[in-house]
Write a protein that binds this ligand. Structure first.
Ligand code: ADP
Ligand code: GN1
Ligand code: MG
Length: 355
């Protein structure tokens, strides 16, 4: 590890470098150097991200653009360059590494502790999207094509069902039934993007609560992180993915499904925060479809976890047996609960948008 760390322009000699955070994709380390200088070191998942150079080009361009709009250092990620001035380092084993300044005095939550925490995360993601409205979207490389194309996520599920390489299909009859019963809705966003009814925007695409940092003392929105999936997309993806993860009454891998439901107070708090920073740039149809964004992103994520379970857990990092199946079940439970609360969700959006 020391070998990798010393390739970057760090200040002070390294003191410790330990695994850090709860991400499912990259391998993250907290590096502490002399004089209490902290950094985030990440091994980029090259199975997920096929073109690291283009991916890092996106992150470099987007962070520079955001830094110009908001000069406060803790409000934007800052890449630490290598000694030769590159944005990443490729080691002798062909593994790719990057480093960021650690965002100090911050909090990163897996569940909101109060509705205001969630409101603040919405302010951060809404501002992020608004700030990138004038970014030239066509210059961004599509790091994962069809990332939130729910129809193509279903196609991957069907492929996994046909292959069933680990003979797990027999264990997941109920989950497959739920997925198939909802398949007719899969095109609700991507079909409208294709026809131009919904506008294509630069979006974050992975707006989990643990991809935003809050100030540890004021608990106000600080900085959006995890920019690997910044690509052209729909505002509904960003809104929906936040609700999926943060408005749930339980964690994403909760095994006791009786604990999993959508908290309407959290849904309302997020909607308020999001619309406070980006309502002026959303179209009436986008606003109307916000509940659908929440439902589809949750359904899609459940389908992705189920697909990965069938394929032998090759994509999302797992920490126990059937971990991806547990994750799939929470997502499908949330979808079912959203359906029960559908009218209330629509009313909340309507009321906030009209105020
Ligand atoms: P993944 O794609 O694996 O989710 P992330 O970029 O989200 O990776 O990083 C994983 C975790 O590391 C985050 O949830 C957060 O806790 C922490 N983290 C990442 N970048 C920073 C940073 N610049 N400052 C402080 N903490 C960070
Ligand atoms: C992954 O990277 P991380 O852990 O923030 C995934 C998201 C999923 C999420 C589910 C690049 O997010 O799409 O919604 O797990 N990221 C990628 O928790 O696939
Ligand atoms: Mg993350």
């Amino acid at each position: 590890m020391l070998d990798v760390v010393t390739k970057f322009k760090i200040e002070g000699a390294p003191v410790s470098c330990e695994r850090y955070g709860n991400g499912h994709i990259n391998v993250t380390y907290l590096l502490i150097c002399e004089n209490n200088r902290w950094y985030i070191l990440q091994k980029i998942n090259k199975n997920t991200f096929k073109n690291v150079e283009a991916l890092m080009g996106n992150i470099s361009a987007v962070t520079k653009f955001l830094q110009e709009q908001d000069p406060i250092r803790r409000h934007t990620l800052h890449l630490v360059p290598t000694l030769t001035g590159e944005d990443y380092f490729c080691d002798a084993d062909g593994e790719y590494w990057r480093m960021y300044d650690f965002i100090t005095d911050s909090l990163c939550l897996d569940q909101p502790e109060t509705a205001d925490d969630f409101y603040q995360s919405a302010v951060a993601f809404g501002k992020f999207q608004n700030s990138l409205a004038s970014f030239p979207a066509h210059t961004l490389y599509e790091t994962i094509p069809n990332f939130h194309n729910t129809v193509s996520r279903y196609a991957q599920l069907h492929e996994a069902m046909e292959k069933d390489p680990c003979s797990r299909l027999q264990d997941v009859k109920e989950e497959i039934e739920f997925a198939l019963a909802h398949e007719s809705e899969a095109g609700a966003i991507c079909d409208r993007l294709a026809t131009g009814e919904l506008p294509l925007r630069v979006t974050h695409n992975d707006t989990k609560l643990n991809n935003v940092m809050l100030d540890a003392s004021t608990r106000e929105a600080l900085c959006v992180i995890d920019l690997d999936t910044v690509m052209p997309g729909s505002a509904l993806y960003d809104f929906g993915d936040s609700i999926r993860f943060g408005a749930s009454t339980a964690v994403e891998d909760e095994q006791d499904l009786s604990k999993v439901s959508v908290d309407l107070a959290l849904f309302e708090a997020y909607t308020k925060g999001f619309l406070s920073t980006c309502a002026s740039s959303l179209t009436p149809l986008e606003i109307q479809l916000l509940p659908m964004g929440a439902k589809l992103m949750t359904l899609e994520c459940g389908v992705r976890f189920l697909t990965d379970y069938l394929m032998g857990d090759t994509y999302f990092r797992t920490h126990r047996e059937k971990h991806n199946l547990d994750r799939c079940r929470t997502q499908f439970k949330l979808v079912a609960d959203m359906e029960l609360k559908w009218d209330a969700m629509r009313r909340i959006v309507e009321t906030i948008a009209n105020n």
